[in-house]
Ligand binder design. Structure first.
Ligand SMILES: C[S@@+](CC[C@H](N)C(=O)[O-])C[C@H]1O[C@@H](n2cnc3c(N)ncnc32)[C@H](O)[C@@H]1O
Length: 455
């Protein structure tokens, strides 16, 4: 491991007696983590059906370590959205945040969606999840992961925090800032992070973090919580960022995070003042826990009267614009969608979250669930819609046995010759939805989204 001399000197200074243990942790194999998507399947049930070598991650209720040779990204259950592959320590912020159904949640630096997909699962289809990333290309993978996970109540954006703050004043109950950082905690997992490291890069990221936090604060309701996390060790990006923020925001205070075996705490002596008890924050070290490096802080915005109002989004779609969907619903669905949330935009039908602000002028990748396309005489359901459904919600099912190659053939976009009712079918494996197909004559026409095909 070729660590920069200046980095070694800095870590020796921070860790003192513990430095040798830290360095030895680089000789250990990196760990592989998988987080079960509880929107689709219960954690214990997944443990029973998954053909992987699983070991529970002790501080993550739905997290498992898997063996490298399991290749879970190649398994059809991955395509059914049953889990997300994520480094174990990176699961910590969403696990500790205390998201509750009906919360309005913002994930400000969200791509590619490791934490957003869990925040969405914890909302259980209620409230609203706004997932944003400043990088338009990274926001595209974020959208895919949100759709694959079956999260239906989300807005996906690619904006600056400053611009967002004009649209969502004191709107959110909870905001996660998983900040861009110098990535020191990922050195063992990703060698390229080492090459990009310099003392200047630490200062560069610290400036960005200090720039993001005040805008996040403006979007949080009084009485709401803001979580700040990084995957780096440097105090300038962790304790010092938090103490600087608290110096400038007297309406905020640090909230305590729980303790688990192997957790270390943040250090007040590593911040720029002794005014705040940084031991309420959490530090994860690769020599103390089976995971990489992470820092997590929880901030509480004190209660006060909110004076901020946001301009409400008004639905402006009349039933006749989506009448083809109503026919589709009668013929194929066992659920009825709330008419007041259906919105047609450019011949696409969306199921919108409730009580959202006007979004005009923002770089939007998705508002709500993209259900499908309104064609002249018919409705064409989308891949995202298939991912949001359970087997019970659709009338015609083609259930492919996981043991046979028809599952992979379907995911590759091939036409199958299998039994099925005429018209639209929800294709599942072991009753977990994968996508749509349309039965005509004796063939099952494959409607799996071409951009997501199995490679
Ligand atoms: C640590 S990564 C986020 C990882 C993500 N939360 C996950 O769990 O998959 C930080 C992200 O912040 C984004 N970013 C950088 N500067 C930003 C800014 N000023 N506003 C919003 N996002 C920003 C980057 O594009 C990057 O995707």
């Amino acid at each position: 491991m070729n660590l920069p001399d200046k980095y070694i000197a800095k870590m020796k200074g921070l860790l003192k007696d513990e430095y040798e243990e830290y360095i030895e942790s680089f000789n250990e194999e990196r760990l592989h983590g998988l987080r079960v998507n509880n929107l689709k399947i219960d954690t214990e049930e997944f443990g029973k059906i998954a053909p992987f070598h699983l070991d529970k991650i002790h501080w993550i209720s739905n997290g498992y370590y898997y063996a490298k040779e399991d290749l879970p990204s190649k398994h059809p259950y991955y395509y059914a959205g049953l889990y997300y592959l994520q480094e174990p320590s990176a699961m910590t912020p969403a696990e500790l945040f205390g998201i509750e159904p009906y919360d309005k949640v913002l994930d400000l630096c969200a791509a590619p969606g490791g934490k957003s997909t869990e925040l969405g699962a914890k909302l259980k289809g209620t409230g609203v999840l706004v997932s944003n990333d400043i990088s338009a290309s990274r926001a595209k993978s974020l959208l895919k992961n949100i759709e694959l996970a079956g999260i239906s109540n989300s807005i996906v954006l690619s904006e600056t925090p400053e611009k967002l703050s004009n649209y969502f004043p004191e709107y959110f109950d909870k905001i996660l800032i998983d900040a861009p950082c110098s990535g020191e905690g990922m050195f063992r997992k990703d060698n390229s992070m080492i090459k990009n490291w310099s003392e200047e890069s630490v200062e560069y990221y610290s400036d960005i973090q200090n720039g993001i936090l005040p805008f996040a604060a403006e979007m949080l309701k009084p009485g709401g919580y803001m979580m700040y996390s990084t995957c780096t060790f440097s105090p300038s990006e962790n304790e010092k960022t938090i103490s600087k923020f608290l110096d400038e925001h007297e309406d905020f205070e640090l909230a305590n995070l729980p303790d688990f075996d192997g957790f270390d705490r943040g250090k007040t002596e590593w911040s720029s003042s002794d005014k705040y008890d940084l031991s309420k924050t959490v530090r994860l070290w690769p020599h103390k826990i089976k995971g990489e490096g992470h820092f997590v802080a929880l901030l509480y915005k004190k209660e006060s009267e909110t004076t901020k109002i946001f301009k409400k989004y008004k639905m402006d779609t009349r039933e006749k614009e989506y009448s083809v969907f109503v026919d589709f619903e009668k013929e194929y669905l066992n659920v009825k969608f709330d008419r007041s949330r259906l919105q047609v935009i450019n011949e696409k039908l969306y199921y919108m979250p409730k009580e959202i602000p006007v979004l005009k002028g923002l770089r939007l990748l998705r508002t709500g669930l993209y259900m499908g396309d309104i064609k002249k005489n018919r409705f064409e359901p989308s891949q995202a819609f298939a991912c949001s459904l359970t087997r019970e919600q659709f009338k015609n099912i083609v259930n492919l046995d996981i043991m046979y190659d028809n599952v992979i053939r379907y995911l590759k976009g091939e036409t199958l010759q299998v039994e099925g009712a005429k018209g639209w079918n929800l294709v599942c494996t072991q009753n977990y939805p994968l996508g749509f197909a349309k039965k005509a004559n004796n063939l099952l026409k494959n409607k799996y989204y071409p951009g997501w095909r199995y490679m």
